[in-house]
Design a protein around this ligand. Structure first.
Ligand code: BES
Ligand code: MN
Ligand code: ZN
Length: 499
């Protein structure tokens, strides 16, 4: 999809559809739109002043130009909700609705008018619109032999700055918005790729492509390398699978010891059957998304490289399947991880924390200023928080606050859960340093308590993305399937990170 920025009077726009956003309580046509209203023979003014168009969230209304052949053929009016509540997320939601309603007009090209009234800087307005339009128009046609019937794809989006709106400010927003949506969509593509195709080897190949296209250093640890390093966690989980495990390390500014270092770690279970502690059959297909954390890390590394951020960033993504077989690890097995700590496996379905134990221990060896991991780790987190935010658990208040702020800015909200030392008791084992399940209470927290054993004293945050990594229902700019939740948040977080 082409995205371009232009400066023009709105009555001179030559795209067939022009999107105008309007907040609730807009009582008259604002002066800059007077020329456009004249072109539409006062129609715009009539629907606004009559209260026929209220400006409520998700409200859309198409106005046809009564005649002539100059200017936009149609105006797509889109509601923003209350003006006082207008923030980038409200704008993204409206822009997502606009993109989908605009596509339904089947013209292939949509223009958005800028700037909007209100306090969002125009750069952030442009970013939000581009991000949301691209995210909303995402499709995953790979496994379809024929295109969606009757659909006309949007091939171009124009941002039209009218009045004395700064062109450079809009361009800056467009480039960040485009990159965020592109990388989130990369994570969605990887997530949506089914487990029969997206094996650990496949994921390592995709990482190789990202590394060579964007000049990142790449290391892929094979089974033998994991053995040498004593990575008994990932090796234990991988035992039941016919697919060899891979541990991907992508590095931006590799070896630059003068820059602050951030490690990103993502759970990459390409399919979670539960192993010998087999999951029930219903919805097991969704466990292809159990690699979502790792997909987010790969996609965020691409963004970091494109933005040439002045940080050293290490992305670590351990990949394996969790399968039952004659060679699978058993309940009762004790695994020795990379940092020497041992874990008694009481349920082979609590596998994510076992592969993350090694990945986090490895991350710690870089002595980073921060470690952030993302994992579809627990059903308990979904019970606690549902699908509207991810769980955040952290040993560092500053890091936690920065992540919360980043998620607030991008609409990928985080809600913090406690890590009181008292919870650690639930994973005490009579046979090993810890056990991999902590009983039915506080499951998201006890899982994080286990992870904490592998990050030493380093500032660390864990995002439990089990509830937000894929979705069933479509809404504003959110589509069904993999969401890429975390990619834009990490970009925002890292762009603001200063040691
Ligand atoms: N991948 C699952 C967690 C999950 C469940 C993600 C539902 C998304 C939706 C994880 O490996 C798992 O199976 N966790 C178990 C842990 C339990 C055995 C302690 C769970 O949450 O049931
Ligand atoms: Mn599991
Ligand atoms: Zn899992």
């Amino acid at each position: 999809m082409e995205i371009y920025v232009r400066r023009s009077r709105l009555e001179d726009v030559d795209e067939p559809v022009l999107v105008l956003f309007a907040a609730e309580g807009t009582e008259a046509v604002p002066p800059p739109l007077a020329g456009l209203d004249a072109l539409f023979a006062g129609l715009l003014g009539r629907v606004i002043t009559s209260g026929e168009f209220r400006g409520s969230p998700r409200e859309t209304r198409v106005l046809d130009r009564p005649g002539g052949d100059h200017g936009p053929g149609r105006i797509l009016l889109v509601g923003l909700g209350k003006a006082a509540d207008l923030d980038p997320e409200a704008l993204r939601r409206a822009a997502g609705e606009a993109a989908v309603a605009g596509r339904a007009l089947r013209t292939g090209r949509i223009a958005f008018a800028l700037p909007l009234a209100g306090s969002i800087p125009v750069t952030r307005q442009a970013q939000a619109i581009v991000e949301a339009a691209c995210l909303a128009l995402y499709e995953f046609p790979r496994y379809r032999s024929t295109p969606e019937p009757g659909r006309v794809a949007v091939t171009a989006i124009a941002l039209v700055g009218h009045g004395d709106t700064g062109h450079a400010e809009i361009e800056a927003g467009v480039s960040v918005g485009r990159l965020g949506a592109e990388c989130a969509s990369l994570a969605r593509d990887l997530g949506n790729t089914h487990a029969g195709e997206a094996t650990p080897s496949y994921m390592a190949e995709r990482a190789r492509e990202i590394a060579s296209a964007h000049d990142l250093a790449l290391t892929v640890l094979e089974r033998a390398d994991m053995e040498t390093r004593g990575m008994g966690g990932i090796l234990g989980v991988a035992r039941g699978s016919a697919e060899p495990p891979k541990l991907v390390v992508l590095e931006h500014q590799a070896g630059r010891t003068d820059l602050p270092t951030v490690c990103l770690v993502g759970k990459g279970i390409t399919f979670d059957s539960g192993g010998i502690s087999l999951k029930p059959g219903e919805n097991m297909d969704l466990m292809k998304y159990d690699k979502a954390g790792a997909c987010v890390v790969l996609a965020a590394m691409k963004a970091v490289a494109v933005l040439k951020l002045p940080l050293r960033v290490v992305g670590i993504a351990p990949f394996t399947e969790n399968m039952p077989s004659g060679s699978a690890y058993h309940p009762g097995d004790v695994l020795r991880t990379m940092n020497g700590k041992t874990i008694e496996v009481l349920n082979t379905d609590a596998e994510g924390r076992l592969i993350l134990a090694d990945a986090l221990a490895m991350a710690s060896t870089f002595r980073p200023s921060a470690i952030v991991d993302l994992a579809t780790l627990t059903g308990a987190c979904v019970v606690a928080l549902g699908i509207h935010c991810a769980g955040l658990l952290s040993t560092d208040d500053t890091l936690a606050a920065r992540l919360v702020a980043a998620g607030e800015a991008t609409g990928e909200r985080l809600w913090r859960l406690p890590l009181f030392p008292d919870y650690r008791e639930q994973i005490r084992s009579p046979f090993a340093d810890m056990k991999n399940i902590g009983g039915k209470e506080a499951g998201a927290i006890t899982a994080a308590c286990l992870l904490r054993e592998f990050t030493g004293d380093l500032p660390w945050a864990h995002l439990d993305i089990a509830g937000v990594s894929w979705r069933e229902k479509e809404r504003d700019y959110l589509r069904r399937g993999g969401t890429g939740f975390g990619v834009r948040l990490l970009i925002e977080f890292l762009r603001n990170f200063r040691g």
